[in-house]
Design a protein around this ligand. Structure first.
Ligand SMILES: NC(=O)c1ccc[n+]([C@@H]2O[C@H](COP(=O)([O-])OP(=O)(O)OC[C@H]3O[C@@H](n4cnc5c(N)ncnc54)[C@H](O)[C@@H]3O)[C@@H](O)[C@H]2O)c1
Ligand SMILES: *[C@@H]1O[C@H](CO)[C@@H](O)[C@H](O)[C@H]1NC(C)=O
Ligand SMILES: *[C@@H]1O[C@H](CO)[C@@H](O)[C@H](O)[C@H]1NC(C)=O
Ligand SMILES: *[C@@H]1O[C@H](CO)[C@@H](O)[C@H](O)[C@H]1NC(C)=O
Length: 304
């Protein structure tokens, strides 16, 4: 009897959530954006690309920004522009995200300088872009340190206070390569799958702790034209476009401000990857070749 009631209850809730999400799909998210004015946002990898653009967006919304990058010059440039354009509080820290000690030390400095962080954005990442057997061990280790482990240490440093207040947001920038394998990106894919798994688990843990005021978002973009993946080609730009950084950041901000747990860019990924999950392996391989995912890295150049 007990099980019957539980099953019924679950079925009804599943239907309710389905309808809720279908309704939200057709309404603009901007109606329910949360107010982030006066919040403190930390962004890693803020010295270029997406990190820099995200910093501008949050500064524009009235947030204090804390910028982390190993590239002090790029970071200083982001900060100078923020101060000039938005005249808002902005602190920069030179930090090597491949070093756990460096992360914890800098986190303590941040807490002394500006206090606690309300929104943490793990954005920094590096890519080798070589076939697995050609990747040097040291490069693979570095990738995992920057692309994966750094997320653990920054989260450990800033989550406790969010838990205490039951208020905050952790955003991890993963990749479409965190949802499906790609030739020539074995180490990258592994590091990004890890980020997706980490964020999903963390979100479940927060729910079971009843800390529903602390949100998580994992962002999975296909290629973005930031220079990081210079040289990559897409076969069907109508279906799988290489999006502009501006568009990617629009989607990211939309997802963050409406507390979405996942943001996939472009939206066609929702269709392509759901279909993939239903198909036999041979079809998956064939389609991956057809859509040019198997050889998209052939002309990869990357950052100089
Ligand atoms: N560009 C794309 O096509 C694409 C696609 C999917 C996911 N992503 C992800 O988006 C994120 C941002 O990408 P982007 O295109 O803006 O890259 P980017 O290369 O423009 O910026 C990365 C930033 O991280 C910093 N960084 C690198 N190593 C560091 C270290 N050890 N310590 C501190 N900072 C370090 C760099 O200095 C740089 O400022 C990355 O996580 C990337 O994996 C990008
Ligand atoms: C942000 O701070 C300003 C100045 O202290 C204050 O006037 C404003 O009401 C604050 N906004 C929010 C949403 O807390
Ligand atoms: C690390 O992350 C960046 C950005 O997400 C990605 O481009 C790069 O390929 C990743 N590196 C590895 C080794 O996973
Ligand atoms: C998003 O989460 C915050 C708490 O972090 C909450 O105050 C806000 O109402 C939520 N907004 C939406 C649209 O879910």
């Amino acid at each position: 009897m007990h099980l019957i009631v539980e099953t019924l209850f679950t079925v009804i809730l599943v239907l309710y959530y389905l309808i809720e999400s279908i309704v939200w799909t057709f309404l603009p998210n901007s109606w329910r954006y949360k107010d982030v004015q006066n919040q403190t946002v930390l962004i890693t990898g803020a010295g270029s690309g997406l990190g820099r653009l995200l910093a501008f967006r949050f500064a524009k919304l009235g947030c204090a920004t804390v910028l982390w990058d190993i590239d002090s010059k790029g970071n200083a440039k982001t900060a100078a522009e923020i101060k000039q354009r938005y005249n808002s509080e902005c602190l920069t820290y030179t930090v090597d995200l491949s070093s756990k000690e460096s992360i914890y030390e800098t986190a303590n400095k941040v807490k002394e300088d500006i206090g606690e962080i309300n929104i943490l954005i793990n954005n920094a990442g590096i890519v080798t872009g070589k076939k697995f057997m050609e990747c040097q061990d040291a490069l693979i280790e570095k990738t995992f340190q920057v692309n994966t482990s750094a997320h653990f240490w920054t989260t450990k440093a800033f989550l406790p206070r969010m838990l205490k207040l039951n208020h905050g947001h952790i955003v991890n920038i993963a990749s479409a390569a965190g949802l499906t394998g790609v030739t020539g990106l074995a180490d990258y894919c592994a590091s990004k799958f890890a980020v997706v798994g980490f964020t999903e688990s963390l979100s479940m843990e927060l729910t079971s702790l009843e800390k529903t005021g602390v949100k998580t978002t994992v962002v999975c973009p296909y290629y973005i034209d930031t220079g990081m993946f210079k040289g990559v080609k897409t076969k069907f730009p109508e279906i799988l476009p290489i999006v502009t950084p501006e568009h990617a950041v629009d989607r990211m901000m939309d997802g963050i401000l409406s507390n979405k747990s996942e943001v996939w860019i472009p939206r066609s990924l929702y269709v392509l990857l759901s279909v993939k999950g239903l198909l036999p392996t041979k079809c998956q391989a064939l389609l991956s070749q057809f859509f040019g995912i198997s050889n998209c890295m052939d002309e990869f150049v990357g950052r100089e």
